[in-house]
Design a protein around this ligand. Sequence first.
Ligand code: NAP
Length: 491
Amino acid sequence: MSDTAISARRDITDKRLLRSFSYIGGKWCAAASGETFAVTDPASGDFLADVASLSAEESAGAVEAAQAAFAEWSGLLPQQRSEILRRWFDLMIAHKEDLARIMVLEQGKPLSEARGEIDYAAAFVEYYAEESKRPNIEGVTSHLPDAEVELWLEPMGVVALITPWNFPAAMLTRKAAAALAAGCTVVAHPASETPLSAIALAELAERAGMPAGVFNIVTGRASTVVPPWTSSARVRALSFTGSTEVGRILYRDSAATIKKLVLELGGHAPVIVFKGADLDEAVAETIKAKFATSGQDCLGANRIYVERPIYAEFCAKFTEATRALTLGRGMDDPDIGPLMNENAVMKQEAHVADALEKGATLACGGKRHALGPLFYEPTVLADVPDNAAIMREETFGPVAPITPFDSEEEVIARANDTEYGLVAYVHSMDPRRIYRVSRALQYGMVAVNRTKVTGAPIPFGGTKQSGLGREGARLGMQEFMEIKYVCRDWA
Ligand code: NAP
């Protein structure tokens, strides 16, 4: 173990949170083969941990454990499930600093963003601890003269969860808390770049009194551990957050067993800034929308459209604000940390080179930073043509392309001209325009004059190839429940 990894351990107060095993049926499990995979710190490349790499059989065993636990868990009173979730929430808050530091080590994001993510992640657990206790279906009146009709919502059974590396805690709790509150049991696979946060959450779930088999974490190669879940008829629903490409594979592989799917996939968010908007606010909010999580966010601004009369001023102010952003290791709490891996950096390079070749101009940045191989300078490209790759593909990094527009109709058509439909950002002071544009945008979420829109009580999700279903809110829990219709004879 390198010095960084040793000092990282020193930074964690509760050492039992730093585990490297899967958690199945209430037991911490290494692979029987002894196989592991390495987790490294993206800021330094330093080794952090060797984590258990489970086999397909061991992964199938997690489904057995979840199935075995289902009857007892789903049979508890909602109040009893709620109490366990509430204790899990309390433990997350009590260990917030350790959880945030584990996340910084494996993911690289700035420490204050990691702390914010733990609050966000915990909020789902708290929300669903409450929501699980409430009646959550409307009644129906009978259409038959001699019968009484009722609708019941029942938990589906075993649910499989697959999460990405950009939000290693929140993407897990957003799914797991909803499924557990619904009365389902869970098998979850965290991204192999960032399994330590999920493992730490399992440790806290155990301390919260989660019964054995209810919440299982399976680490290892996705290509090995996920197929036993997609092919299993026992897994009744699958909830995935990640790329649209992998979402398509899971959609296909779930067809044989007709699983319920919740897919939170890629985004390509447009930002539209109209003349008359508060320009300083639009710049500040777009900086957040572009550079939070070092740009590695499905909600990240990927195309910035600015109305021509304010275009030059916006570009100048946005570039100045971008130049002021600090880069550094997450633990030093800069504005921007490293990217997750070499592929991510290569994508920035490819998008910048392609845009420049097609006529864009480089306003700032445009290259790797001396801090290390995974650090890429925050970059602004101006006058980016619509045929540039960055205007069509998810960049997932700190490169901001800006382009002018001349009319509302034109910018709506350009903003909607994508296979994605997760979030769109609009800046305007004209209420009628805000209404028209919000209506016309083909996106699951529209943010007006602000960036932050997410939270436990809202239904998060996209349209088109950004996904299926919603997470958060009451809807998020209902995704894991079946409606049963019961018709009782009076006579
Ligand atoms: P990814 O490559 O799609 O991986 C996500 C998860 O899928 C990981 O757990 C990964 O496991 C697993 N996986 C990879 N290949 C698989 C396969 N063939 N079969 C089954 N599982 C497989 O995505 P990512 O690079 O981690 O995350 C970035 C993407 O997530 C972006 O597109 C972003 O927009 C999207 N995202 C969407 C949302 C949303 O809510 N809409 C939120 C955050 C991120 P391994 O690591 O073991 O390969």
